[in-house]
Design a binder for this molecule. Structure first.
Ligand code: DO4
Ligand code: MG
Length: 299
């Protein structure tokens, strides 16, 4: 069972909906997944059971999932991210930090093996975009890539309530120049996308068996393609959430990205007009066009 938010055609208001395994879309009488989870808790049943009760006597939408204008599946107040949780990421970080001397014993090697994982602040609700929204490029970087990642959707207690797809856009040259520049290499307007859906945690048999694929198109031609699996993750999800929660407030609906396992070839950088597609088995496909940065104001 998956959860989406979409813009209702007539009222143009955000609407929560459940997607069944048969891909039927059922609007739900709640504003967010968090409300559904809270109500299920009161009833002492699992969110999936509560949703099954809710949709039992209703009809699905006539429109298919593809015909809907999808929004972020949750307005995550904060997005945090984990780093160097896959061997592939460790190698890529070493490459950019050492001008290609892959045998270097850097702090990336150390963090990969350390008890404490790398966890950093990635985005806020205002900077995060959903399916088909524009991802922006930084104007002061010449080496930018998407980072396709599994995202954990958390309750205020830090419980994993679902899984989504996230893109941790990154500037390899800025981070490679100096690790103290990490916030600038990672966080700017529209540098993070999540969606298209949240797969309810209790419906996932083994979260270490998600298949992740990333495709980048330029002028409608596939220019980068890579695949990996969460079974290559060095850490457990509980470990990552445990460090995020430690002495910290977790706002309900926070998303924790779990690190990248796919890195485009070293000579590749994103360009205006590219299209990024990230697919995760059971969750769906998150597609975003890439645009040169435009000035932003806070609404
Ligand atoms: O060390 C920098 C961050 C790496 C990262 O974002 C990742 O491994 O996904
Ligand atoms: Mg990342």
């Amino acid at each position: 069972m998956r959860i989406i938010r979409y813009e209702e055609k007539q009222s143009q208001s955000p609407t929560l909906a459940a997607i069944t395994d048969q891909n039927q879309v059922y609007p739900l009488p709640f504003n967010s997944l968090l409300e559904v989870v809270a109500e299920a808790k009161v009833k002492q049943i699992k969110p999936v059971e509560f949703i099954q009760e809710l949709i039992a006597d209703s009809l699905p939408l006539n429109e298919s999932l593809q015909e809907l204008k999808l929004l972020v599946p949750i307005e995550a107040p904060e997005v945090w991210a984990s780093g160097v949780t896959y061997q592939k990421s460790k190698e890529a970080r070493n490459y950019e930090a050492t001008n290609g001397k892959l045998d270097a014993n850097t702090f990336y090697d150390k963090v990969y093996d350390a008890e404490r994982p790398e966890i950093f602040f990635k985005s806020t609700k205002e900077r995060t975009i959903g399916p088909d929204g524009d991802l922006f490029l930084r104007s002061d970087s010449n080496w930018q890539i998407p980072e396709p990642e599994l995202g954990l959707v958390l309750s205020g207690e830090g419980e994993i309530i679902g899984y989504t797809i996230g893109n941790d856009m990154s500037c390899r040259d800025i981070e490679g120049e100096n690790p103290l520049y990490l916030p600038q290499a990672k966080l700017w307007s529209h540098s993070c996308s999540i969606g298209p859906a949240i797969l309810l945690a209790e419906t996932v048999e083994d979260p270490y068996q998600f298949e992740i694929t990333c495709k980048i198109y330029r002028n409608e031609e596939l220019v980068v393609e890579g695949s990996a699996s969460t079974n290559q993750l060095k850490r457990t999800f509980d470990e990552l959430v445990g460090f995020l929660k430690r002495d910290n407030i977790v706002f309900p609906g926070t998303v924790l990205l779990t690190g990248t396992c796919i890195v485009p070839p070293n000579e590749f950088t994103l360009a205006d007009g590219d299209q990024i597609e990230i697919l995760i088995s059971g969750i769906g496909s998150l597609t975003n066009p890439v645009k040169s940065q435009v000035a932003q104001t806070v609404k």
